[in-house]
Design a protein around this ligand. Structure first.
Ligand code: SF4
Length: 409
């Protein structure tokens, strides 16, 4: 979501005639911030401290992103060298001020092309109507606002005309999407977007087990364009913890979704998020999470140690009672387990042919991209391959994180 916001602001600035440059040469530095965990927030403060050295009367420092929703204008009192605090998505007044301050007379606006990569993020919902007790997002990003299907399709068409080959539909809870003009939900949106000529891949994230509808899985299974990857955070494998998190589902329901998805798409890539050390998470509750991770054999598990976020229900009404050392032990234990599972699952791709959408070249100058199930793949010994091409690859080697292969005949 933050990457999509950065892209959106960068595109607006490019259109106004600004260019990206190194920090040493730039006149304006903009921090796009994340506060989902305390560590992310601390990184912003440390960056702001670092920028004190860089700041001169001629230079501008601006800050946008979730920290604005959390701290607002108080940030300018705390950091007097900060010139502007820009609410998410409300970029026009900021750009107008910049234009008044720096008149480069660059003439015509630069085209968008070149900015749009192979993969283009489209925000279809802003904010979230859920109230998970650990989560600060509804406070900093507000209630849900949905973008009309027509507007999403228009943005996707433009991105494809500018060179994108893949579109990623984004929402904090993308399964809750509905067309404000009375059209359908996410499945209907997916069916509209996948028909756009020139689109090779369509992804969406992040799903929510309470809101994911069976039609969405059917839309995925019946499409050659929609990727077979589901980002479905479970957060805990223990029903009492899920209840305290106010997630609105039980593990039984989560398992049923995974079963249906795998029945329709046996090779689907499954990605989940887990929080360890949530208030009241006993050893037995943690072991239930561990057992669920083992049972469902996720391809990727993003694991976070619980940290109280100010203003959330959990921070104000629940005791952070799992000691840090214990949280760390659970984190490392689950990391080791999920890596072992990922390595085993990835090795099953060896010998198979996969389709890779080439995104660029890695540090060894090898083309890389992703397969439809979401795994990163490296092309060894390729000829001339351009970003945006779909390539058939025979997988010859696999690590937990990526596949390596040779162009298939
Ligand atoms: S659904 Fe996601 S974004 Fe919304 S409150 Fe829950 S964790 Fe936060």
């Amino acid at each position: 979501m933050n990457s999509a916001d950065s892209e959106s602001l960068a595109r607006r600035l490019l259109a106004a005639g600004y260019v990206e440059d190194s920090l040493e040469r730039a006149d304006v530095a903009i921090l796009n911030t994340c506060v989902v965990r305390q560590a992310s927030e601390d990184r912003v403060y440390s960056k702001l401290h670092e920028l004190r050295e860089w700041k001169t009367p001629e230079r501008t420092i601006a800050l946008t992103g979730c920290l604005v929703g959390k701290e607002g204008d108080g940030l300018r009192q705390r950091f007097p060298h900060l010139d502007a605090v820009v609410p998410i998505g409300d970029y026009e007044p900021f750009v107008a001020k910049l234009e008044g301050r720096y008149d480069y007379s660059l003439g015509e606006a630069l085209p968008h092309a070149g900015r749009t990569g192979i993969s283009h993020f489209v925000r279809v919902i802003q904010g979230c109507d859920h109230n998970c007790t650990f989560c600060i997002v509804p406070r900093v990003r507000g209630r849900e606002k949905h973008v009309a299907i027509d507007a999403v399709v228009a943005e996707c068409r433009q991105a494809i005309a500018d060179g994108a080959r893949e579109v990623v539909l984004l929402g904090q809870n993308v399964d809750d999407y509905h067309d404000p003009a009375g059209g359908g939900g996410l499945a209907a949106l997916v069916r509209e977007v996948e028909r756009i000529p020139g689109l090779k891949r369509l992804r969406f994230m992040t799903s929510h087990p309470q809101d994911l509808e069976p039609e969405l899985l059917e839309a995925m299974a019946s499409s050659d364009v929609v990727c077979r990857e589901l980002q479905l955070p479970v957060q805990s494998g223990d029903d009492t913890v899920l209840k305290r998190m106010a997630r609105g589902y039980q593990t039984r329901h989560y398992r049923a979704i995974v079963d249906s998805a795998r029945r329709l798409m046996p090779d689907i890539g499954l990605v989940t998020d887990v929080i360890v050390g949530f208030p009241g998470e006993s050893e037995a509750a943690y072991m239930n999470t561990r057992a669920l991770v083992e049972e469902l054999q996720f391809d990727v598990v993003h694991i976070a140690m619980y940290s109280p976020r100010p203003g959330t229900f959990a921070a104000t009404r629940m005791e952070d009672d799992v000691p840090r050392d214990e949280k760390l032990r659970r984190l490392n234990d689950l990391l080791a387990l999920s890596r072992e599972i990922a390595a085993r699952k990835t090795s099953r791709w060896v010998g198979r042919d996969v389709e890779v959408l080439v995104e660029g070249r890695d540090e060894l100058n090898r083309p890389y991209g992703r397969i439809r199930q979401g795994k990163r793949a490296i092309v060894m010994r390729s000829g001339e391959v351009r970003p945006g091409e779909l390539l058939n690859l025979r997988v010859v080697q696999a690590t937990a994180g990526q596949l390596l292969g040779l162009p298939a005949a």
